[in-house]
Design a protein around this ligand. Sequence first.
Ligand SMILES: [Fe+2]
Ligand SMILES: [Fe+2]
Length: 351
Amino acid sequence: MVNTLPKPETKIPSQETVLTPRFYTTDFETAANLDLSAQEKELQAMVAEMRADYNRHHFVRDDAFEKSWEHINGEAREAFIEYLERSCISEFSGFLLFKELSRKLKNRSPLLAEIFQLMARDEARHAGFLNKAMGDFKLSLDLGLVTKTRTYTFFPLEWVLYTVYLSEKIGYWRYIIIYRHLEKHPENQFSPIFRYFESWCQDENRHGDIFKALLRSQPQLWNNWKARLWSRFFLLSVFATHTLTVHERSRFYQSLGLDATEFDVQVVRNTNETAGRAFPVMLNTEHPQFFPRLQRCAGYNLKLAEIGRSSQPKIVKLMAKLPLMVAIVWNLFLLYLIKPIDTEPLRETVR
Ligand SMILES: [Fe+2]
Ligand SMILES: [Fe+2]
């Protein structure tokens, strides 16, 4: 039979904001000169696991995808497509960074080059799988074009280690929490893509463990006061970004039968707990002001978006936005001041 399905139309990527996933570049020279000896054994074990490629046959679309998606309509459809797009861009961003690292390190640091090449392999699969799911809605992202037109943000290698570690682990928790929720509530599983999340999140978990080994191989990233301040900063930035974006897209979580606020709390708590194993500090999420302040920021952020959409003159909008922006910064500052939990002493007792 001749395949008469129309070719998916290329979706114009949504506008970039402070909260959209970014593309990164880093200091490749510093990466090439990393002394990994302190975690050599762990990294060798990780690379062996990555070579085994447990998910080799996982990202294959099965028959469940062969159907019409017209029943997902209205707001739920829009929210799902947005979710797919955002996830695809963020997986693809990981692919580009890992690919570039593996290319630049090839002749300088073979072990690291191989690790990054294997992680790039996984992220390419993830991004491709999400893009195909967008194809079900007759849309797809032109990732080649996105590569050329997006702006790249430079991050020193130390920042890359902190932030990618966190984004892998938060990715793990996001995927697994959705998966476990849908296991209990199959009536909300409106797309077969969610069934793939269990093995998928294991990729992210492994990537996170690799970054943990890289972090722990560099004592200056955890054994001094500066490292503790940076860890606090990155933990809070990642959690704040998460809280804000999850509340921006509460419709999507609603369509899964999840409450956005509860989902966010669960993801942040678990990621913080996990990060305590790699970082010198973790945040005190049990502080009575911790989640209320984060959620207040999410509320202000929603109001900002509402003002942005209104048809008032620019200057009026700006005047309305200003106090909200100040309120967000102020709340984040107060959150940063909450005394964190020192994790290094805990590590000693575990050993
Ligand atoms: Fe991924
Ligand atoms: Fe990953």
